[in-house]
Every structure is written in structure tokens, then in C-alpha cells.
Design a protein around this ligand. Structure first.
Ligand code: NAX
Length: 325
């Protein structure tokens, strides 16, 4: 068996944490032969609940779980960490604007970026789930100057999975038959699902579904899905968000399927006209733990407008946190 992988998770006593930890420990991310040590971070008010989660993790007797560390200090939680899930952040309160949320959560990611810089392993890879995840990843990345910028990412895989599920339901196939579904931009209502390149069992989605649906109801349903779940469940998506975080990190670890790509918000080097340095979701292929943005997908005027809307939004968010970068 390989040496245990050190996996840090923040916000570990929260809703997504509760759905995520058991699947990491059971081998759903890094494989059924890869032991893990969980390094769990919470804020002091969350530590008691975290103790309860640890009891349950132990009670599940996972053979791959070789140790659990809990801490309210990021320097402890990120010590030697190789895979980092940044889930914890302050939820959006009533009347809070997106810019308020960016400003409220930004400082958390300054401290966590610095601790990753100081303490994490050389091969560290980071996913930011806590919202606003693109800008939080931007802040963490900018506060970890010794870590290659390519190691930071933010999660848009839930949007990809939601888009696949909508297409599958509409066409009458299973979600696994929908491929090449790229999400561009910010994780938020503005994100752009590039349906023109998606496929159902190898055939273009645009040959199967009408354009007015794809440009209208489809995008509205995918981008409004988070709110629809809150309205129905009285709580925000947790198990599906954890499943998407697992897909994201598992793909980074194992690679993308031949001919397919997945969506990941990563640092732009100017692809598709996105300003250099923004954390923006692109389609990527992954091999040996390194992602490559899929370039050259054709964008019509509708898609170009969708991509630009996200650039504008992310530039505005970046401006709101410029003192933290
Ligand atoms: P919860 O409020 O249930 O849990 C968050 C946990 O984080 C709490 O236990 C809290 O004590 C802890 N926390 C807060 N500040 C912390 C800090 N500085 N260090 C460590 N832990 C800290 O939220 P949950 O439902 O688990 O959602 C977590 C985050 O995911 C939220 O920001 C949420 O908006 C975001 N989401 C992101 C999604 C995405 O697709 N990128 C989708 C799902 C989700 O909305």
C-alpha cells in the first residue's frame, strides 16, 4: 500500500464536510488502495461538533483511514497537507450582496493561503468550495507565493453536474452519457454552461435539443439550481456539493477520461480573452496531476457575451478584495 495521503478539510463540521469526509475516508476520491490521514480545521465554536464527527468517522472503521487530526489553527491543519479542501466560510446572510460576501470571507483566505504557503507539502493541490469560491481561491493563491499558481482551483463541477443532469433528463439518458460539458466563468448565477460543445453518447447536444431551450430554460435552471434547492430543502445543497468536490479532486488525481473534459476554475493565462491572473472556470484535461485548459472551442456571439459577463463580474469581485491580494 502507498504511504497515507494527508488530506486537509476546512469547515469540517459543516454540512458539506459531513457529506464529504466519509467518502474521502472510504476511498471515493483517491482510490480504494490509497490510505488517508484527515486533517480537519474548524473555528473554535465548531470544535465540539467536529469531535462528534470524528467519533462517527472512527465508528465507521474505514480500513483506509490511518489517522485524524483536528485543529482550530490552519498551521496545524495544513501541516504537510497534500490535498486541501477549503470548504469553510461564512454563509451569505439576509440582505448581503455578493460583494459583502466577498469582503466578509476574504480575510479567511488570506490566513489560509499563508498557512498553506508555510506548511503544506510540495505536491499540494487545493480546491476552494467556500463561496465566493473563485475570489476566495484568488486570495489564497495570492497569499501563497511559494506554491505554483496552478495548484489552486475553485469548484464549478457542481454546475457541470447539474448541467449534465438537466440534459440527461431532457433527452432521456443517464447523466453518465453526457460528456464535454464545460462551465465557463464564475461559480454563481452568471456562470456560462457551454452547451454547444456538449455531447450525448458522442452526438452533439444541439442536434438533440432545441436552441431556444438551451439558451433559455436550460441555463436558467442550472444557474438557479442552488436557490431552488434552498427553497425546497430549507438548506443549501450539501451532498451534491460534496459529490462534486469528490469528482473534482478525483479527476485531478486520476485524470480526465479520453476525449472528455471537465470544468475547473483555475488561473487564467489569457485563454478565451480572460484577463491573466483571474480564477475562471474553463474546460480542462488532466494528466499526471497537471491540468491543461482546452483551447480553441468555438464561441458564437451568445457564448462570447456569456463569457464576458463572467469576466466583468470577476473583475468587480477582484476589485472588492484588492487589498487582500
Ligand atoms: P456550513 O455553514 O454548514 O458549514 C461551514 C463550516 O465552516 C462551519 O462548520 C463553520 O464553523 C466553518 N468555518 C467557518 N469559518 C471557518 C474558518 N475560517 N476556518 C475553518 N472553518 C470555518 O456550510 P456548508 O453548507 O458546509 O457550505 C460551505 C461553503 O460551501 C459555503 O461557503 C457555501 O456557500 C459553499 N458552497 C459552494 C458550492 C460550490 O459549488 N462551489 C456549492 C455548495 C455551497 O453552497
Amino acid at each position: 500500500m502507498p504511504a497515507p495521503l494527508k488530506v486537509a478539510v476546512t469547515g469540517a463540521a459543516g454540512n458539506i464536510g459531513y457529506a464529504l469526509l466519509f467518502r474521502i475516508a472510504s476511498g471515493d476520491v483517491f482510490g480504494k488502495d490509497q490510505p488517508v490521514i484527515l486533517q480537519l480545521l474548524e473555528i473554535p465554536p465548531g470544535m465540539k461538533a467536529l469531535d462528534g464527527v470524528v467519533m462517527e468517522l472512527n465508528d465507521a472503521a474505514f480500513p483506509l483511514l490511518h489517522g485524524i487530526v483536528t485543529a482550530d489553527d490552519p498551521n496545524v491543519a495544513f501541516d504537510g497537507a497534500q490535498q486541501v479542501f477549503l470548504v469553510g466560510s461564512r454563509p451569505r446572510g439576509p440582505g448581503m450582496l455578493r460583494s459583502d460576501l466577498v469582503a466578509a470571507n476574504g480575510p479567511i483566505f488570506v490566513g489560509q493561503g499563508q498557512a498553506i504557503n508555510a506548511k503544506a507539502a510540495d505536491d499540494v493541490r487545493v480546491i476552494v468550495v467556500g463561496n465566493p469560491c473563485n475570489s476566495n481561491a484568488l486570495i489564497a493563491m495570492n497569499n501563497a507565493p511559494d506554491v505554483p499558481r496552478e495548484r489552486f482551483s475553485a469548484m464549478t463541477r457542481l454546475d457541470e453536474n447539474r448541467a449534465k443532469s438537466q440534459i440527461a433528463g431532457r433527452v432521456g439518458v443517464t447523466a453518465g452519457q453526457v460528456t464535454n460539458m464545460a462551465i465557463f466563468g464564475n461559480h454563481g448565477p452568471a456562470m456560462f454552461p457551454a452547451f454547444a460543445h456538449a455531447k450525448v453518447a458522442g452526438q452533439a447536444v444541439t442536434d438533440k435539443l432545441p436552441l431556444d431551450y438551451l439558451q433559455g430554460d436550460f441555463i436558467d435552471t442550472v444557474s438557479g439550481r442552488g436557490k431552488a434547492i434552498i427553497d425546497a430543502r430549507g438548506a443549501s445543497s450539501a451532498a451534491s456539493a460534496a459529490a462534486a468536490a469528490i469528482d473534482h479532486m478525483s479527476t485531478w488525481w486520476h485524470g480526465t477520461a479520453p476525449g472528455d473534459f471537465n470544468s475547473m476554475a483555475v488561473v487564467s493565462r489569457g485563454e478565451y480573452g480572460v484577463p491573466e491572473g483571474l480564477i475562471y472556470s474553463f474546460p480542462v484535461t488532466i494528466e499526471n496531476g497537471e491540468w491543461t485548459i482546452v483551447e480553441g472551442l468555438e464561441m458564437d456571439a451568445f457564448a462570447k457575451a456569456g463569457l464576458q459577463k463572467n469576466v466583468d463580474e470577476l473583475l468587480e469581485e477582484r476589485d472588492a478584495v484588492k487589498d487582500l491580494l
